[in-house]
Ligand binder design. Sequence first.
Ligand SMILES: Cc1ncc(COP(=O)(O)O)c(C=O)c1O
Length: 492
Amino acid sequence: MSKRDLMNPGLNDMAVDEFRKYGHEFIDWLADYIENIEKYPVLSKSEPGDIKNSLPDHPPKEGEDIDSILSDVNGKLMPGITHWNHPNFMAYFNSTSSGPGILAELLSAGFNANGMAWHTCPSATELEETMAEWYKKMLNLPEDYWGVIYDTASTSSLHAIAAAREQLSHLNIREKGMPGRKELPRLRIYSSQQAHLSIDKAAITLGFGLEAVRRIPVDSDYRMKPAALKEAIENDKKDGWLPCCVVATVGTTSTTSVDDVDAIGTICRNEKIWMHVDAAYAGTAAILPQMQWIFNGIENADSLVVNPHKWMFTPFDYSFFFTRKPEVLKRAFSVSAEYFDKSKSDVINYMDYGMQQGRRFRSLKMWFIIRYFGVEGIKNRIAEHLRLANEFAVWIDSHPAFERMAPTPFSVVCFCAHPKNIDDKNELNALNKKLLEEINNTGKLFLSGTTLNGKFVIRIAISSIRTTEANVNNAKQLIEQKLNELTMNFTN
Ligand SMILES: Cc1ncc(COP(=O)(O)O)c(C=O)c1O
């Protein structure tokens, strides 16, 4: 008999005493991990296949004890972990967790409640409703917005586009579908050239096809040109397309540029086109009164996505989707089945508002986070990230060997090395790619890159709850040091 069976004979779950013992040890393990996180290389140094090759080909026949599983977490998985909670993780949009968020996740797994319908967990449903109201107030969103939690912004935007299609109710796509219908006009989705790839994925998934996504040009600050949108809509209508949805982005992925929600909203309202706003990363900044301009004109939008998992210290995943037309979303997704009783009136069955039936108890972690830090605490942290990013931008602007590549409205700075003696675009691109690689190879800092107008650009994102001024100063030093080393040796 294995050690595990001795502690827990029979066919039941892990014995409660054992669960208690390891529960305490796990929290200690996690506390040590977070306390010592800077000892790990922020970006995993594993090579492809390293982790898989360290794991057995076959599952164990007999159960094993938690000690030996945890020892493999340490020995086998840790080398392949990229530490998203590391204060020097400044790549992409950094999703960091927080103490209260992690504890709430544990509770959520403990309850294992599935909030698909009201009666399957009234607390999950009603806490989700309450969090929608709280978040709306925090971001100063219009009263008539109604919220639902999905996993990611990709899912939220997909639901926005599905609702936009449902709004064209005369097409009866819900019943008849799209394929093979010769009478159906081709439906168009508009987004800027800088919009996130999730819009393309939604177009593929929903059967619009990639050709349906029309990318509108941007201005020199990477914002969608409203006049070009208007012209595209007019031309499309002449060519037999039916405009279905416009996606404006507040905080684009590469540069965090902010589309003019107000001007785009006016066009959408006049044309009766669904307007969706993707504020996946930047939306939480509206918690600060001085940042509320980002949502000027939001009352004209039909839907909005903001991800607390991107910039509100919420363990992945958590995306808040708001719409002024929940009835259209419901019409798009609600179906009934004999085996499912939804007869109670005056309650929300969230499964009616999305493609998933089963739903995690996600609202719990937002409830813990907002209550633990308080609105003021969250505001202070977001404001500090904005301050640190601004300081970094000032440093870049004053540095003779670096150049800022885009405005910095939030906490992401786009820059590139541009030493005085190098002006060739290809040479600069090669230098900056190499610089990023060298920085990331140190394991001390993790940054990401993008391309703007053919130029390779480095991005630094300062949105981790654990990032301090000291981390940003160390980042500056490392970037400068690596550039010095490279320009001394750089031969392309
Ligand atoms: C503007 C924007 N929208 C959507 C997404 C997709 O987010 P998710 O990973 O939650 O699907 C991202 C991801 O970075 C993003 O930057």
